[in-house]
Design a protein around this ligand. Structure first.
Ligand SMILES: [Zn+2]
Length: 90
């Protein structure tokens, strides 16, 4: 199944849920596109509202369809939990 980010239309990737999280499933879909407008404007929004250098990525929980922000503190934050897709069959 491929899910597109509604903000940048790039494919979202599966991201392993943290062990201690309260999210139900094993993974969620997250947009890790560094050019995603949702992610890009998050920096300025958080800076102006909370004076902190963080942003967030668009997140979709496939177990219940819930969406929301996944906070990140850098472009590479949380990327080590991305579940690499199997190579497509040629
Ligand atoms: Zn996106």
């Amino acid at each position: 199944m491929q899910i597109e980010c509604p903000h940048c239309t790039k494919p979202m990737v599966r991201w392993a849920n943290p062990q201690q999280s309260t999210w139900g499933g094993d993974f969620q879909y997250v947009c890790f596109n560094d050019d995603c407008p949702y992610f890009v404007r998050g920096w300025a929004w958080m800076e102006s509202h909370y004076n902190v250098a963080v942003s967030y990525r668009y997140r979709l929980d496939p177990t219940n369809g819930a969406t929301g922000p996944l906070p990140v503190w850098s472009k590479n934050a949380l990327k080590n939990s991305i579940i690499l897709e199997e190579p497509p069959d040629a």
